[in-house]
Design a binder for this molecule. Structure first.
Ligand code: BMA
Length: 320
């Protein structure tokens, strides 16, 4: 199991400064993207106001635990050119590819949920690159490098309607692209396990390259309690050369709602892993087995939690 930080929840609504006119006395902060950049930990937070609109706001920390939240909303330059209405953008995942940081996020639009892509080189200016999906889809996470000459991502088509809830999905797919903009699904990779902890599933943070395979934290939803669906985190290991092959997939979750801020909130019973920082890589870019891993997650769609582990432990968890 992941180990929770003692300061959890590390961010709550009271840490969000007022930013007129959209963020005044906000409702919640959750599901952050995370990265270590220039020796600072950066989160791209999902902040929700009392109109139930969500915005992305940056936070920075010297130690990965104590964060200072910006007093401005991230402006994805170029997004204003999209003609269709964008209701919300949320659940940013950050991936560094060739010294550029890409941010993939969900966008609620009339056509359903789409994936948007933006890039930054300094976490000050963000450039919107476009809508990079077709159909209703969520939880897009980029791989940090090309595999067999293609950019890859895991994504999750929304094909399941939750009872009295949003659309969800029970299949994680592998998609490929030549330019990061046009994507096509190449294979179904993982399905939900009916009756168990991960009946519906979606990727968490971006996959991490280890000597044993691509390490992939995902969320699983147990549906058998109808309105109180339980969101948990779990781990799988994928083949390095063909990530559509699942080498191992943990039978048990590695984090489940137990603390009050995970059990109670605007959506109860939710831990939603969305950001991950791996401290140490070798010179060829593989995460070191002893490296500390920080996993940032949303608690009950209301606050942000931090839990830690190591690469070695995550790999072991995938084999249990
Ligand atoms: C999912 C997404 C997440 C959210 C979770 C729990 O479908 O919308 O952003 O945290 O539900 O409400």
């Amino acid at each position: 199991m992941l180990k929770r930080n003692q300061k959890n929840p590390i961010l709550t609504r009271s840490d969000i400064p007022n930013v007129a006119p959209n963020l005044i006395d906000v409702s919640s902060v959750f599901n952050p993207g995370a990265v270590k950049f220039n020796n600072k930990y950066i989160l791209l937070l999902r902040v929700q106001n009392r109109g139930r609109e969500t915005f992305i706001v940056k936070a920075e920390s010297p130690n990965g635990v104590d964060f200072k939240v910006d007093n401005k909303i991230v402006d994805f330059k170029g997004m204003e050119k999209i003609r269709e209405k964008i209701y919300h953008i949320y659940d940013a995942r950050i991936t560094k590819i060739d010294n550029i940081h890409y941010i993939m996020f969900a966008m609620d639009m009339d056509a359903g949920c789409q994936l948007g892509l933006a890039k930054t080189t300094d976490f000050e200016e963000f450039q919107f690159l476009g809508i990079v999906s077709e159909g209703d889809i969520r939880n897009g996470v980029l791989f940090p490098e090309k595999v067999n000459g293609k950019y890859l991502r895991f994504d999750r088509p929304n094909k399941v309607q939750l009872e009295e809830g949003p659309s969800s999905g029970n299949t994680i797919c592998l998609s490929e692209s030549d330019d990061l903009l046009k994507w096509k699904i190449v294979k179904q990779v993982m399905g939900g396990r009916f009756h168990y902890w991960d009946e519906n599933i979606g990727s968490g943070p971006s996959p991490v390259k280890t000597r044993e395979g691509w390490l992939h934290i995902y969320h699983g939803i147990a549906l058998h309690f109808a309105s109180s669906n339980i969101y948990q985190a779990g781990v799988a290991l994928h083949d390095l050369k063909d990530p559509s092959i699942v080498l191992f997939r943990g039978k048990y979750n590695i984090l489940e709602p137990r603390e009050l801020f995970e059990l109670a909130g605007q959506v109860p019973n939710v831990v939603f892993p969305s950001g991950m920082v791996v401290e140490n890589y070798d010179e060829e870019g593989y995460a070191l087995p002893d490296s500390k891993v920080l996993v940032y997650y949303g608690g009950a769609d209301t606050a942000v939690g931090l839990a830690t582990t190591t690469i070695k432990e995550l790999i072991e968890d995938s084999k249990q």
